[in-house]
Design a protein around this ligand. Sequence first.
Ligand code: NAD
Ligand code: TYD
Length: 332
Amino acid sequence: MKLLVTGGAGFIGSNFVRHVLSKYPDDSILTLDKLTYAGNPANLAGLAGEARHTFVKGDICDAALVREVARGVDAVVNFAAESHVDRSILDPDAFLRTGVHGVYTLLEAVRALEIARLLHISTDEVYGSIAEGSAAEDAPLAPTSPYSAAKAAGDLLALAYVHTHKTPVVITRSSNNFGPYQYPEKVIPLFVTNALDGEPLPLYGDGRNVRDWLYVLDNCEAIDLVLRQGRDGEVYNIGGGHEVENVAVTRDILRLTGKPETLIRPVKDRPGHDRRYSVDTTKIRALGWTPRHRFTDALAATVDWYKRNEAWWRPLKSGQFQAYYRQQYAHR
Ligand code: NAD
Ligand code: TYD
C-alpha cells in the first residue's frame, strides 16, 4: 500500500508511520505535516535513510499541495489537527481551520483523485462527558470544548460526504493516548517531565475526572486494522478499557519517578472540564482488535522512555512552551 499520512510528525501519527513501515515491507508512506509547535521532525528522525518514507512540509488546508501529494496513493490517513483542549480554550482559530477546512480539503482531494480510502482520526471527546455507561458509535455527538466541537464538525462533514458523494471514508474515535513522543503539554508527559525535574504537578479541580487510557501502540494497531478491514462509511471507537481518575494516574507517575506526593498541586479547574469519557468498543473488538498492553506496564515503559529521552523533551519545554505554561498555569 502507498499511504499519505497527514499530521504524521505528531505524537500518534509518528508512532503510526513507524508501525506501518516496520510491519509491512511493501508499504510506503508520504508524510504531510505543517510542523506546528506540536509537529516535530525529531519524531521521525529514526526513519532517516528509509527509502519508503518521504516527508513534505505543508498544510492540509492547501488544496493544490494536497492534490499533488495525494496523487497515486491507495489511502489517506488524517492525523492532522490541533490537539490540546487547553489551547483551544485560549485560541480556537487554528482548531477550526485544520479541523474543518482541512478535513474538507482532504475530502475534496479523495473525491477528485478517486482515492480508495480516507481514514479520518477522531476522538471520543465528540460524545461529550459521559455520566454513566459508554458511548457507542451511534451515540449523539455532544462536544463541549472548542477542540472537540471542531473534531465533531470534521466528523460530520466526512459523514456528509459519505452520504452525498459515497466518498470512501472510515473514522476512528479513540480515547486518551499516552506513550513515547507525546508533546509534554498533555497530562501524562507533562506530569512525568515535571516530576523528573522535581516541579509541581498541576492537577485540575478535584482530580477526579476520569479518562480511559490507551497506549499509543495499541491505538496504532487498531487504526491499521480499520484502514485495511474497516467498512466504508463506518465509525469505530477505540478505547483502552482502563478508566481511572486523574489523581490515580498522578500518584502512579510519582511512584514510577520516585517523587513525593507533596509535588501534587491542586489548581483551579479547566473551564467546561468534561468529567468522564467512556466508549463502547464492541465494534472494533468484533473486527479482531484488543489492547495488548496493560496500563501499568505501558505507563512504566512510558516513564522510562521520558527518562531516557531527555534530549527529545527538554528543548520542547523551553522557549515558546515557557510562555504558554505561564499563561496557562500562572493564575491558577
Ligand atoms: P499532535 O498535536 O501530537 O500532532 C498533530 C500533528 O498535526 C502535528 O504534527 C502538527 O504539526 C500537524 N498539523 C496540525 N495542523 C496541521 C495542518 N493544518 N496541516 C498539516 N499538519 C498539521 O496530536 P496527536 O495527539 O498525535 O493527535 C493526532 C490525532 O489524533 C488528532 O486528530 C487528534 O484529534 C486525535 N486524537 C488524539 C488523542 C490523544 O490522546 N492524543 C486521542 C484521540 C484522538
Ligand atoms: P489532557 O492530557 O489535556 O487530555 P484531554 O483534556 O484531551 O482529556 O488532560 C487529561 C486529563 O488531565 C483531563 O481531565 C485534564 C487533566 N489535566 C490536569 O489535571 N492538569 C493538567 O495540567 C493537564 C494538562 C490536564
